[in-house]
Design a protein around this ligand. Structure first.
Ligand code: ARG
Length: 259
């Protein structure tokens, strides 16, 4: 009995050692005569439709997922996707746990200090989403209201800035996108402050309303990598190609077109 446990422990240990080579995807080519699959490990936060979300069967789908698959196939990799909280993505790159992140992530200067970004592949804006019939129609109307954002996003930062510099309100952060809308629908917040493309979807789906934020302009969304990754240039080339051959536009038409 003890022997079996010992054997199991040894094999678990061996398996763990074998796994420590979580180096960049580019390194995992042929080793000796055993041909390994070239795997590109990507992380996302599948709570951000139409960029990434779970469909009814539980698969992660969206603009970023199609784009990531295109990138992987252009570079000859098999794509593996890990789902995590948005707030943990930069850390996952910093610890080299994944090769890249596509999560509608805006290429902010602050993040750029800790990760590398590709050229931007999409530009969005910010929106204040409310229930229909709400008396909040301008930024000034936010005074004293409850505003919700997603943790770790530029919207959280933006809301903090508006609160400090323009109009005072209560700020509530949640760590999951759809929960924000639940909070709004159940009157626990008065306004959800979120990405415009994402907001457009909820406004239609849940019969909500809202107005664009005139105070901010966010940087474009880009693919993020661990600092110094040699994938940056390769992915930039794929993005350039996708721009030129119309692939990027096709994906935008498929996922981001309003209506
Ligand atoms: N664009 C915003 C940012 O970079 C929000 C992204 C949220 N993405 C997500 N998958 N939940 O901060």
């Amino acid at each position: 009995m003890k022997k079996t446990i010992l054997l199991i422990m040894i094999s678990v240990l061996l398996a763990a050692c074998g796994n420590t080579d979580k180096s960049a995807a580019g390194d995992s080519e042929n080793t000796g005569n055993k041909k390994e699959e070239k795997v590109l490990e990507m992380a996302t936060s599948a709570d951000f439709a139409p960029f990434e979300s779970r469909n009814p069967s539980g698969d992660i789908v969206g603009f970023d997922i199609d784009l990531a698959n295109y990138i992987a196939s252009e570079l000859g990799y098999e794509l593996k996707i890990t789902d995590m909280k948005f707030d943990g993505l930069v850390g996952a790159l910093q610890n080299d746990r994944v090769d890249m992140v596509l999560a509608g992530m805006s290429a902010t200067e602050k993040r750029d200090k800790n990760v590398d970004f590709s050229t931007p592949y999409n530009h969005s804006g910010e929106m204040f989403v409310t229930l229909k019939g709400s008396d909040i129609k301008t930024v000034e109307d936010l005074k004293g209201k409850k505003v919700g954002t997603q943790l770790g996003t530029i919207q959280q930062e933006g809301a903090e800035k508006i609160k400090k510099e323009i109009v005072d309100f209560q700020l509530k952060t949640v760590d999951d996108g759809p929960i924000l809308i639940q909070e709004l629908l159940s009157n626990r917040i008065d306004v959800a402050y979120m990405d415009k493309a994402v907001a457009d979807g909820y406004i239609k789906e849940q019969n909500l309303t809202g107005f664009a934020d005139p105070t901010s302009s966010s940087p474009g969304m880009a693919v993020a990598f661990p600092e110094g990754s040699d994938l940056v240039e390769k992915v930039n080339e794929v993005l350039k190609k996708a721009e030129e051959n119309g692939k990027l536009q096709k994906l935008k038409d498929k996922w981001l077109k309003n209506k």
